[in-house]
Design a protein around this ligand. Structure first.
Ligand SMILES: C=C(CC[C@@H](C)[C@H]1CC[C@H]2C3=CC[C@H]4[C@H](C)[C@@H](O)CC[C@]4(C)[C@H]3CC[C@]12C)C(C)C
Ligand SMILES: C[S@@+](CC[C@H](N)C(=O)[O-])C[C@H]1O[C@@H](n2cnc3c(N)ncnc32)[C@H](O)[C@@H]1O
Length: 367
């Protein structure tokens, strides 16, 4: 073969390989976001690395972050930065619902996710015509499942404007934009009038609040008297031992890689809810047997993680993805190991469920 023919063949094969690697291998687990679309939210390309460094220095010591008032105030801004950095990677590698679910025998992850979300509808007794609030809505995976299953109208709030745009686009595509609304705002001080919702829920979102009282207090305010609120909380369980260095390492690894200003204990949740005026109707760790492990999805994807980090590195080298994406991906890979360990040892659960009611005749001081 002539040298020119060989060079052409090599070039065509090379381009073909890159195409296959990026577009086929790098396809989203749940179709919709491709590796080549990894942007890093509203952060401009040149700022991604800096923003990651700032995030990392803030959340490196999560407990200290939560305990001083000055830094607790900065938490929502850093959580916003975190979601700029991770939203596209989450969508690409996990889907449009940013939470865990117990595995279901013989059912796909997508189905298990939907069942976990529809449980909220049953707990709230949500009906057509109801107006529900989704506290920390992400890109709206749960919102769409809940609106579709219940016939209710849902208003979601998220601190991250990039997520607002993603969620609105998904809502339009799903034909649910007339019943699903998305607002950019802080759930610690919500832009909604008192008593304006029939029900509310939060799925793995309130763990970002430095003080749970603040977000529960806001939900209490915007609920109508008699309205129900369901929350899936990230907490440490009674098996956690603060004197065990392995436990501490695992929990800090979860906090650092997930923008958490200190995880709360399982037994704190109900008393905080009562403190702001709620009645506690039900409390259950949805991860406990007979539920099957929620962390198997994280574990079983180990080969996929290696493939993904390779894709991310190649995309960064080709300047398709901004510099800094590999570091963010690495941080997520590490936190996945800690989450898995937290699940396997039982010292952590991401689905401690509480069902709360604002009393029908709420007292003036609790309103
Ligand atoms: C509730 C929260 C988020 C929970 C989960 C949706 C995410 C927690 C850890 C994330 C991931 C870890 C590893 C990533 C992997 C390295 C990458 O290749 C593809 C995406 C991951 C699987 C990613 C997906 C989302 C998580 C499982 C928190 C923040 C309160
Ligand atoms: C892990 S995601 C869960 C999203 C969604 N509930 C789901 O299950 O797909 C956490 C969400 O909480 C939101 N959030 C965190 N802190 C917030 C705050 N102070 N105000 C509003 N939203 C916040 C994030 O922007 C993100 O959308």
């Amino acid at each position: 073969m002539e040298a020119a023919t060989m060079a052409w063949t090599a070039a065509v094969v090379g381009v073909g390989l890159v195409y296959w690697f990026v577009w086929v291998m790098g396809a989203a687990e749940v179709k919709g976001k491709r590796a080549v679309d990894l942007k890093m939210g509203s952060i401009t390309r040149d700022k991604v690395q800096d923003k990651y460094t700032q995030y990392w220095s803030f959340f490196r010591r999560p407990k200290e972050t939560a305990t001083t008032a000055a830094s607790a105030e900065k938490v929502p801004d850093f959580v916003d930065t975190f979601y700029n950095l991770v939203t596209d990677i989450y969508e690409w590698g996990w889907g449009q619902s940013f939470h865990f679910s117990p595995s279901l025998p013989g059912r796909s992850h997508r189905e298990a996710t939907r069942v976990h979300e529809e449980r909220v509808v049953d707990l709230l007794g949500a009906k057509p015509g109801h107006r529900l609030l989704d506290v920390g809505c992400g890109v709206g995976g749960p919102m769409r499942a809940i609106a579709a299953h219940s016939g209710s109208n849902v208003v979601g709030i998220t601190i991250n404007d990039y997520q607002v745009n993603r969620a609105r686009a998904h809502n339009r595509k799903a034909g649910l934009d007339s019943r699903c609304e998305v607002v950019c705002g802080n759930f610690l001080s919500m832009p909604f009038p008192d008593a304006s919702f029939d029900g509310a829920y939060s799925i793995e979102a309130t763990c970002h609040a430095p003080k749970l009282q603040d977000v529960y207090g806001e939900v209490f305010r915007v609920l109508k008297p008699g309205g129900l609120y369901v929350s899936y909380e990230w907490v440490t369980t009674s098996l956690y031992r603060a004197e065990d260095p392995d436990h501490v390492d695992c929990i800090q690894g979860i906090e650092r890689g997930d923008a958490l200003p200190g995880l709360r204990r399982q037994d704190e949740i109900a008393s905080i809810a009562k403190e702001v005026g709620f009645e506690v109707l039900k409390e259950q760790d949805l991860a406990l047997p007979p539920a099957l492990p929620w962390w198997t999805r994280l574990k079983m994807g180990r080969i996929a993680y290696w493939r993904n980090s390779l894709v991310v590195r190649v995309l960064t080298m080709l300047r398709i993805a901004p510099k800094g994406v590999s570091e963010v991906h690495e941080m997520l890979f590490e936190t996945a190991q800690h989450l898995t360990k937290g699940g396997e040892t039982g010292i952590f659960t991401p689905m401690h469920m509480v069902l709360l009611r604002k009393p029908a005749a709420a007292t003036e001081e609790a309103k």
